[in-house]
Ligand binder design. Structure first.
Ligand code: HEC
Ligand code: HEC
Length: 312
């Protein structure tokens, strides 16, 4: 009897001590503060969303920890990870990096996810929402490829086609014979797909306007809604250097598909056009040129005559 009482008392004393220690360590060690955002990383919304969810708890000043991250001793490790992570790179101080460094870092970021090294395994185990899915990874890859392509393109900025262009290009040269006009708007659109043609080394990026992107999300691609516009941009030989960075060559051409069933009823409702070289010369000797395009695109009739439909 006496023995049992003693054991019970011992147990409760140990319990009280443990609770006491647990409570006191809560006041020890570093807490994670969020300094002001200096210069936030800016990318396509979808890209930002993925990175915010998966990486910002450590690599930004927007750390938003779960309650269980704030309990010592776990919080000590978390604070250490955040400190180290921010010192490596910080999405909230993005312009501390030069443009070239930003580009390299973005490739590094995608590579780390690809290799399963980031987000930290210990963290992902407790925060399932931080995991990056296969589709999301594909989207990030597409983003970095187009980001590099865009950088390369900017270096050799295409001259805008205006009336007063010194190059002597008249604006009507950037309108195909079926009336489809060149427009650089696609540079602000979402990338819906990229394809590398390793045979001749060109790189293609396919952009879609809002209507197109929405149609893909909703699976309404046969027929595509009126007003869908898809632009495929082709660059010459892309090369990968020792650091694994992809550099694209010169702009080769931009190919347009504009959905307007009435206007382009002879070519399955799509207005085709191709503009080549820095002068953006429109392809086609006569209006029949587009039959060449649709003849091939018939192969994709099941998906509304568009080949590259990204997976939802
Ligand atoms: C739980 C905190 C945490 C999260 C979440 C996290 N990281 Fe990290 N990350 C770290 C730490 C810590 C390091 C430093 C590792 C080392 O050097 O040992 C690091 C290093 C890196 C590096 C190397 C940077 C350099 O320049 O050396 C990259 C790239 C990276 N993380 C990308 C990511 C990406 C992308 C995500 C989101 C998918 C992510 N991290 C999410 C903690 C985190
Ligand atoms: C020899 C067959 C062929 C011809 C001719 C052709 N295309 Fe394509 N086109 C393709 C294939 C295959 C793809 C998808 C793969 C790729 O991007 O290279 C494609 C993709 C495209 C895309 C991106 C959307 C999609 O369908 O995936 C556009 C825009 C496009 N072509 C426009 C044109 C225009 C404009 C012409 C005529 C000037 C044309 N195409 C002629 C085969 C062809």
């Amino acid at each position: 009897m006496e023995n049992l009482k003693q054991r019970k008392r011992m147990l409760s004393i140990t319990g009280i001590i443990a609770v006491f220690i647990f409570i006191s360590i809560q006041f020890m060690g570093s807490k994670v503060a969020n300094p002001a955002i200096k210069s936030a990383f800016k990318g396509p919304k979808a890209v930002e969303q993925i990175l915010k969810r998966a990486c910002y708890d450590c690599h930004s000043n927007e750390t938003d920890l779960a309650w269980y991250d704030k309990i010592a001793p776990v919080s000590w490790q978390v604070a250490k990870d955040v400190k180290t992570a921010r010192s490596r790179f910080n999405f909230s101080q993005w312009s501390d990096l030069s443009e070239a460094e930003q580009e390299t870092k973005l490739w590094y970021i995608v590579n780390m996810i690809d290799q399963g090294k980031m987000p930290l395994k210990s963290y992902a185990a407790l925060h399932p929402s931080a995991k990056v899915s296969k589709n999301e990874l594909a989207l990030l890859k597409t983003f970095v490829i187009s980001y590099s392509a865009e950088k390369a393109r900017k270096k050799k900025e295409l001259k805008p086609v205006t009336k007063h262009d010194e190059t002597g290009i008249k604006p009507q040269q950037a309108v195909a014979l079926n009336g489809v006009a060149y427009s650089g708007d696609y540079k602000n659109w979402e990338v819906i797909s990229t394809t590398n043609r390793f045979d001749n080394g060109t790189m293609r990026i396919i952009y879609g306007n809002d209507i197109t992107v929405k149609a893909i999300k909703e699976g309404r691609v046969n027929p595509w809604p009126e007003g869908s516009v898809i632009v495929k941009v082709v660059w010459n030989k892309s090369v990968e250097d020792e650091d694994g960075e992809v550099h694209t060559g010169d702009f080769n051409n931009a190919q347009f598909m504009v959905k307007n069933s009435k206007k382009f009823k002879d070519t399955e409702g799509w207005g085709f056009a191709r503009f080549s070289g820095p002068k953006l010369l429109a392809y086609g000797k006569n209006v029949g040129f587009a039959t060449e395009c649709i003849n091939c695109h018939q192969l994709a009739s099941k998906t509304g005559f568009v080949f590259d439909i990204p997976k939802k």
